[in-house]
Design a protein around this ligand. Structure first.
Ligand code: ATR
Length: 276
């Protein structure tokens, strides 16, 4: 009898990760010959030893989340283009004694967008990315592939410059004054900062009264479902989206890598996740 494929997500904190719900939903729906997907708390200080133990105990693949994606990238023997360019790995497979890494966040971001949004708001359109951390790297990499004209704002401007250099992407790094001047010209505005993640904090990086009506507003935050950023977009009658579809998209790409099977029933999954 062949052993069931073992997969899990590692990170810190991990308690509230939705990845087990998503992967186990697909494992069950598609009758995949795999063990239940688990969540395992691993901090940065014991990342390398924990990874060795998990490989020794027979795991086939792991998802890697905050704050371990850069460390995972550094441990990989083989990397895909998305992992190399973003310098982070969120999906690992252990094959033939090697650690293979990829980053499915960029494809997850693209997957989350309706075709008409890509055509009307991204392809050769002015897109503003707020933030220059790990998720901004994934978003900028994906936007560049979709032929966007990219601008970036980050509290620490040097990080925005470094991000563009590492990705090999030409983008404008804007300061607060420039953002104000150009707000009405953006077709897409994506928040990748952690502002709005914690109760009580507000994201005031954009004056939404200046945003043009055809612009699309995206916040990678999915908990709360309507962040302060999205609430302001809604109050100004703008179209908007949170990060839930991207979460599902990055998981779908990882699932495909491990099980060679396209997950489905995503509308059912989305309503399930929204109720949690
Ligand atoms: P992630 O992996 O989710 O992208 P990260 O790499 O820690 O997380 O990046 C967090 C982003 O949120 C960064 O762009 C950070 O700005 P700095 O590079 O200046 O640190 C941004 N951020 C966090 N708190 C912020 C705040 N209070 N105001 C503005 N930007 C903030």
């Amino acid at each position: 009898m062949t052993e069931l494929k073992k997969t899990a997500v590692i990170g810190q904190p991990i308690e509230h990760s939705l990845s087990p719900v998503i992967h186990n939903f697909w494992i069950n729906k598609k009758n995949i010959n795999a063990a239940p997907y688990e969540k395992i708390e691993v901090g940065p200080e014991n990342f390398n030893s924990s990874l060795d133990k998990l490989i020794d105990s027979g795991y086939y693949g792991l998802n890697v989340t905050v704050p371990l994606k850069e460390l995972a990238f550094l441990r990989c023997d083989e990397l895909t283009e998305s992992a190399k360019k973003t310098q982070s790995a969120n999906t690992l497979i252990f094959k033939e004694g090697k650690i293979h890494g990829t980053n499915t966040d960029p494809v997850g971001f693209e997957f989350s967008l309706k075709k008409e949004i890509i055509e009307k708001n991204i392809n050769e359109k002015k897109c503003l990315v707020l933030g220059a951390g790990g998720s901004a790297r994934a978003v900028v990499f994906a936007l560049d592939k979709m032929f966007a004209d990219i601008s970036i704002f980050n509290r620490t401007p040097e990080k925005a410059t470094k991000l563009c250099e590492d990705l090999g992407v030409e983008a404008n790094s804007l300061d607060e004054k420039e953002i104000k001047k150009q707000t009405s010209s953006f077709d897409l505005i994506v928040n990748t900062t952690s502002l709005g993640l914690f109760p009580g904090d507000t994201n005031n990086l954009i004056d939404f009264s200046l945003v043009q009506k055809k612009a699309f507003i995206y916040d990678l935050i999915y908990e709360p479902k309507e962040s302060s950023f999205l609430k302001q977009a809604k109050a100004n009658n703008l179209n908007f989206q949170n990060g839930l579809k991207m979460l599902i998209g990055q998981a779908a790409a990882a699932f495909y890598v491990w099980h060679n099977s396209d997950p489905s029933h995503n509308t059912e999954l989305e309503s399930l996740l929204e109720k949690l």
